[in-house]
Design a protein. Structure first.
Lengths: 251, 336
């Protein structure tokens, strides 16, 4: 079942074609990896779908509805969430508050002024559950600005997950983190996807991670899709592996 | 695995509440030990604290530096003067009941224009709009009294239960008004504390820290900033309402930009990253200015030097520096 579809989606920056008439499909419940060299247009595509950029032409359909003209707020309400390439957290707030704010926003409670944020038992329970899921339960009272890089990445993903999106875009969730943290981040995201609650599109450069976790891999190059297939199909595609890895995979 | 919700810790809040009660009790007992002039000065200090605390909702919690909060202070003060002169109202409660919505409307209108921008553009817009009000108060002298200002007689308190005329009325007024302001101050502090610790307050801090991420949580940034502006301006307007009966006169000076600068100064002096910083800053600034004026005719130079030293030596303000000292003096966890 198609969750998201783009039709002839294009975006140019001067002479550079970031996205060139892309027809992108994301199926419900899949773990999709978007790969390609720097400047291939991966982040631009995510920016267009999340309304951070406006397309020059083309349409975006989410659950069959045309959302091309809608803004960030409407797309989040529709169920599209994202994390960023560079970790984007609220450093002056605690780890707990970072996640709780996602839940308050999702529940339409963020504008409440008459009660203390940490006294909403439902939100508190859910926030602590999410933090526990991401291995951050013991850090709930620490300021987000005081976390180590791997923990910051985890929290970044946790904040996005707490929105309970239908479609979650993760822009390089494992860049700059240790191998141990990479596994923890990807295992957690993968388990959430496998639980059937969210569809994930991950931009990733680490091909070991991509091949290990993905149901489907889409490769971009200079604003176009170069390949689309299962990990096995991509491994077998010599053109793709030569671009991605410099040489075909032996195994 | 289910999270343990019982982890909510009430202890810090109870300690904070106990500290607040102690401070309020000390402030309530203070008039028995100090002279009339000092009571008056402390009342001005508490009013300045309300203004700075309101201002800091915008600076400390939303990350927007306003150079135009004199406008809301002035709206509050002039509303009282107009109510007395044009409607013959003498009741302090009516001043508050009518003045607060007017300050809120003024803040809402200014905020609607200003929150479309951030950083220096926001600051300049607030400055420009407040200067428009100053010019109006200055030029429309047949309405505002121009530079002569408008006199404000001592109001009645507690729905007319306390009136002030005859011998010794000034002393009685200063005493009674101190307690009146102290109660309004306590209520204001409690409300602002609740607001900044509510989901709304957390959202403001999130917008301050990272606007892009806050937008991608689904928060409507401009709406939150506007509400913050409205609340901030209303509390500064409240300070103006409380100030004018004590001062007995309102002039365009309180609408002029240096007065906005004094509110900014107060917040910086106490520390805008702490909840209590602007309270301390407002009170200390009132004393600092009063004694600087009494000491030298170059008092502005003196305040300028203090500001420079403050930025260089105590960038986190008085409360910020004290917090740092306390945290450094505590033994580290795990230390022998």
């Amino acid at each position: 079942m198609i969750l998201l579809q783009t039709i002839d989606l294009s975006k140019r920056f001067g002479d550079t074609r970031a996205c060139d008439g892309l027809n992108f499909v994301v199926n419900k419940g899949e773990f999709l990896s978007l790969v390609g060299s720097n400047g291939a247009g991966k982040t631009s595509l995510v920016n267009l779908i999340s309304a951070q950029l406006t397309p020059d032409s083309g349409r975006i359909l989410f659950e069959g509805k045309d959302i091309t003209a809608t803004g960030v707020h409407e797309r989040i309400k529709a169920g599209i969430a994202r994390s960023f390439q560079i970790v984007n957290l609220f450093d002056g707030l605690t780890v707990f508050d970072n996640v709780a704010l996602s839940i308050f926003s999702r529940e339409g409670k963020a504008v409440k002024m008459g009660s203390l944020a940490d006294h909403d038992q439902d939100v508190r329970r859910e926030a602590l559950d999410v933090l526990g899921q991401f291995g951050l339960g013991g850090k709930s009272n620490v300021l987000a600005g005081g976390l180590a890089q791997g923990e910051r990445k985890l929290l970044d993903v946790a904040v996005a997950c707490a929105l309970r999106p239908k479609l979650l875009f993760l822009d390089e969730p494992t860049s700059g983190v240790s191998t141990r943290d990479k596994t923890q981040i990807m295992d957690t995201v993968s388990s959430v996807v496998r639980a059937g609650t969210v569809t994930a599109v991950v931009i990733e450069h680490d091909m070991d991670v991509v091949f290990r976790y993905s149901d489907r891999i889409v490769m971009m190059h200079e604003g176009l899709f170069l390949a689309d297939g299962t990990p096995e199909e991509i491994r077998a595609n010599n053109e793709v592996t030569s671009i991605l890895l410099g040489a075909p995979l032996s195994a | 695995m289910k999270a343990d919700v019982s982890l909510v810790s009430y202890r810090p809040k109870l300690l904070l509440g106990a500290a607040a009660v102690l401070v309020l009790a000390a402030l309530a007992l203070l008039p028995d030990y100090i002279g009339l002039y000092q009571i008056q000065l402390l009342t001005y200090g508490l009013i300045a604290a309300i203004a700075a605390l309101g201002f800091n909702i915008l600076l400390g919690y939303t990350g927007l530096l306003s150079f135009g909060h004199s406008a809301f202070f002035g709206i509050g003060a002039y509303t009282v003067a107009f109510l007395l002169r044009d409607a013959g109202i003498h009741s302090m409660e009516l001043y508050l009941l009518i003045g607060l919505p007017i300050a809120a409307i003024g803040s809402a209108l200014f905020g609607y224009v200003c929150v479309r921008h951030t950083r220096i553009f926001f600051g300049i817009l607030t400055l420009a709009l407040s200067q428009v009000l100053y010019s109006l108060a200055f030029k429309f002298f047949w309405v505002t009294g121009g530079t002569d200002g408008l006199r404000v007689a001592r109001p009645t308190l507690l729905a007319g239960m306390l009136t002030f005329s005859g011998a010794g009325s000034y002393q009685r007024f200063v005493h009674s008004y101190y307690y009146y302001v102290l109660v309004v101050f306590a209520i204001s502090v409690a409300i602002i504390w609740l607001v900044v610790h509510s989901p709304f307050g957390k959202a403001l801090q999130a917008i301050r820290d990272n606007e892009t991420r806050a937008r991608f949580l689904g928060l409507r940034i401009r709406r939150f900033r506007w509400l913050s502006f409205l609340i901030s301006g209303t509390f500064t307007g409240l300070a103006g309402i409380l100030w004018v009966p004590l001062n007995g006169l309102t002039t365009p000076e309180i609408l002029y930009w240096p007065f906005s600068g004094e509110i900014v100064f107060s917040a910086l002096l106490g520390g805008f990253r702490n909840f209590t910083g602007p309270i301390v800053g407002g009170i200390v600034f009132t004393y600092l200015k009063t004694y600087a004026i009494a000491t030298t005719e170059y008092w502005q130079l003196l305040l300028g030097v203090v500001l420079v030293l403050l930025v260089l030596i105590l960038p986190t303000g008085i409360v910020g520096a004290l917090s740092l000292l306390v945290s450094k003096s505590r033994p580290r966890e795990g230390a022998a």
